[in-house]
Design a protein around this ligand. Structure first.
Ligand SMILES: Nc1ncnc2c1ncn2[C@@H]1O[C@H](COP(=O)(O)OP(=O)(O)OP(=O)(O)O)[C@@H](O)[C@H]1O
Ligand SMILES: [Mg+2]
Length: 194
């Protein structure tokens, strides 16, 4: 099972989402769970080096060739953290995805980048957006939800803005974040190939 986390826009929550989804997969009993870091910035790799997550194997694969090989050879559940640019690497991952999670933010400027990302996903691959660092109860969030709903793009999750989730490598994973991402994982897995 290959879950690819992708958005051509930077700084939306791809790395945070990838790390939390991998941890949520371990919690749900997947073994092995591989976090494939396809981003040269190696943010996921640094996060896991600083704070290893029991049950998550890390593979750095910042090229088309290495990401293809990593996705072919893990034998369990893999989550791929992709770079914001580097379209060829992103495509190499998307071509092998069983489900694609597209992190985004609330706010109008975000839509076009998500649409560009969705256009790179193969026609039969299930996908959903998740709204990261969401401010619950704001107009921005309500408008984003309405926009995606009207556009018939499934929303697989709304992850609240929390310093605990933002804390990254130095902190332990935050319970509320794990719960929110566990629900995203379930939605991605519902689309699992038979
Ligand atoms: N739920 C959240 N609440 C608060 N802050 C968050 C949340 N999710 C992500 N962030 C913060 O948003 C910033 C961007 O997140 P992240 O690094 O995961 O994005 P990215 O898409 O991987 O960025 P890049 O394109 O540079 O790889 C980080 O500072 C992260 O801590
Ligand atoms: Mg990142």
């Amino acid at each position: 099972m290959n879950i690819v986390v992708s958005n051509v826009k930077g700084g939306v929550g791809k790395t945070t989402t990838s790390v939390y989804l991998a941890a949520a997969a371990v919690d749900r009993g997947w073994d092995p769970v591989t976090l494939i870091d396809a981003d040269r910035q190696a943010s996921s790799a640094e996060w896991l080096e600083d704070s290893p997550i029991e049950g998550v194997d890390l593979v750095e694969a910042p090229s088309e060739r290495t990401v293809a090989r990593a996705l072919a050879g893990h034998g369990g559940l893999a989550v791929v953290d992709t770079p914001p640019g580097d379209e060829r690497i992103v495509r190499a991952a998307l071509d092998r995805a069983d489900a694609v999670v597209v992190p985004t933010r609330a706010g109008g400027v975000e839509y076009s980048r998500v649409v560009a990302t969705l256009e790179m996903i193969g026609g039969r691959t299930p996908y959903g957006v998740i709204i990261c660092a969401a401010r619950l109860g704001t107009n921005d969030l309500d408008e984003a939800i309405a926009w995606w709903t009207e556009s018939k793009v499934p929303i697989w999750g709304i992850i609240p803005e929390r310093v605990g989730i933002a804390a990254g490598p130095e902190a332990r994973l935050y319970r509320e974040g794990l719960d929110a991402y566990e629900s995203v994982l379930k939605k991605a897995l519902r689309k699992r190939p038979a």
